[in-house]
Structure formats: C-alpha cells, structure tokens
Design a protein around this ligand. Structure first.
Ligand code: ZN
Length: 315
C-alpha cells in the first residue's frame, strides 16, 4: 500500500539571530540532512501526483510532502533556496492576519517572549496581568492538556497554555501588550522581521510552491462560534486566493491542529469556502482510512524523523 508522509516544519534557520531567538527551530544544516535522508529513504511526492490524488484522479502517491506553517520569513530566506536547488516544491500555510493588520500574531508574540525572557518570569508577570484583568479569562479551560509535558519545562507549557487556551481569544493581544510593558527592555517583534512579504510570496509561487490558508488570527478554531470560525476561514482562504493567484488546489491547515481544535462546523465552512483538503497536526501517515478523510489529513512533525530534532537555547 502506498504511503504519503506530510512532514510539518515551522522555524528553519541557521542561527537564532532574530525573533524568536532561542525558541525551538530546526537548524538549517539539519534541514539539509533531513532532505537528503528523505530523498534516499522515501522519495518526494511529485506536485502533479499530489494534486491528482486530491482530485480523486489517482491513488495515494508514495513519498514525502513538505509543509511549512505560519508564513515565516525563514521559508523565503532559507527553505526556498534549498528547495530550488533540489527541484522540490513545498506547501506553505499562511495565517493572513499580519498581512492585513501589520501586527504579529499572538502565537508568535508568545514564541518571541519565550525565546527571550526566562519562563518563570513570564509566568509570574502573566499571572499579575490576569489578576488585574480577570475579565480576560473565559474560564473555558477545555483543552488543558493540549501541550502536555515539554522538554522546555512546565513553566513554558503553562505560559503558552494560559494564553492560547484560557485567555479569551479577543483579549489575547491586549493581555500581551500589558505583559510586554512590564518587561523592561523587551522589544516586541515586527511583522517585517517575522513574516514573508507579499513580494516574497509571489516569488515563491513563481518557483512552483503551493500555498494554503491557516486562518486569520491563528486561534483554536473550536473555541470560536460557528460564525467566528467561518469568518476566519473565508477571509484567509480569500486572501490566499487573491494574493497567490490561481493554484491547482485550495488547502488549509488548522491552527495548533489537534483533533480537538476543529469541529464539523469548521469542515462545513472549509467546504463552503471551496477548500479541497485540510491538514491537522495529528501524527500519522496518509494511507488507507486516513487518505479517505481529506479534511483531517495527518502530518508528522519533522522531529519524528532523522535529523529533525529542534535546536533551542531558552533563556
Ligand atoms: Zn500555525
């Protein structure tokens, strides 16, 4: 039976010299080694075979599909040249908020904080902000275990959990503003430092890359009302379609991406927006049953394969 491995990447960079600094990233040399390894061990799925499979015109292709989340500047600076050199393509998922609002997303402001400030201080300052602004807590602590234990320690996990899953989605930016003001000398990252520019997106499209949507504000979609989910999906899919131009398929990646982060209403909105497929972050290969659910396609983190371990140097 054929097996397709969709592999997921975020930060890929030679050094932690820009935000989020010491936060987890895949070192560029490891990325290169991993591509070598994939080429030898699995081979890469041809773009036309991937598209043909999504259209139901052929079976599951064998090999690796490379996916990259969050429209990070890394994907232009270091990933694109590597893919070009090897005549490969990738699928890039764009959260469209930064392009529209010129503000970094909460998820990336959080990474930047964790990469620059000791986790215990962050946790302590966040609790002070939340004590002073209890209305920001919506109490719907429904996905408490989403992060589980991480090697960076419980303080980082708890800091991220509070902001991503406990603070009301509409209040997160304001909570982060207050938190950052309490940290002497801390500088919030700029959109230019962090994300692709529209010109870079254009160049990547010309080089054969595929783009998909990844919501507007990168929320846990299942925490939103059905209307809220629909707005996030419709606007981001429309932005990608307009920015990127005609692409053979319309794809989406669920923010955070576990099974608990989307619902039937999410899938309905994706279908109505004209999407062909959506990726989760649930680990697994695409084959057999998983291949028959195009709106719940599994992906494997790069760290599940040789050379894919994260590099980090947290403060
Ligand atoms: Zn993301």
């Amino acid at each position: 039976m054929s097996e397709m491995h969709a592999v997921m990447y975020h930060y890929v960079r030679p050094s932690p010299d820009r935000p989020p600094h010491g936060y987890y990233h895949l070192a560029l040399d490891d990325f290169r080694r991993q591509l070598d390894h994939f080429g030898k061990r699995y081979g890469f799925v041809d773009r036309e075979a991937f598209v043909g499979w999504l259209y139901g015109e052929r079976g599951v292709p064998d090999g690796v599909v490379l996916t990259f989340d969050d429209a990070l500047v890394d994907h232009y600076e270091w990933v694109l040249p590597e893919l070009r050199r090897r005549d490969l393509w990738g699928l890039f998922f764009v959260p469209t908020g930064p392009f529209v609002t010129d503000r970094p997303l909460p998820v990336h402001r959080i990474h930047s904080l964790v990469g620059a400030v000791p986790a215990d201080s962050l946790r302590h300052e966040l609790e002070a902000v939340l004590d002073a602004n209890p209305a920001a807590l919506d109490g719907a602590d429904s996905v408490a275990d989403a992060y589980g234990e991480q090697s960076s320690g419980a303080a980082v996990s708890e800091f991220k959990r509070l902001l991503n899953f406990v603070v009301s989605p509409g209040d997160v930016q304001a909570v982060l503003d207050r938190l950052e003001r309490r940290l002497d000398g801390y500088e919030s990252p700029s959109v230019d430092d962090y994300y692709l520019s529209t010109e870079e997106v254009e160049e990547m499209v010309d080089a054969g890359m595929l783009f998909g949507a990844h919501s507007v504000t990168h929320p846990v979609l299942s925490r939103l009302s059905p209307e809220g989910q629909r707005d996030e999906i419709t606007s981001s899919v429309a932005w990608v379609a307009e920015q990127v131009g005609p692409q053979p398929v319309s794809t989406f990646a669920y923010p955070y991406g576990g099974r608990e982060t989307f619902t039937d209403a999410t899938i309905d909105a994706l279908v109505d927006a004209g999407c062909d497929a959506a990726f989760t972050t649930e680990s697994g290969v695409i084959a057999g049953k998983t291949a028959s659910e195009p709106f719940a396609l599994p992906r494997r983190d790069c760290n599940e394969f040789d050379h894919g371990g994260a590099t980090f140097d947290l403060p």
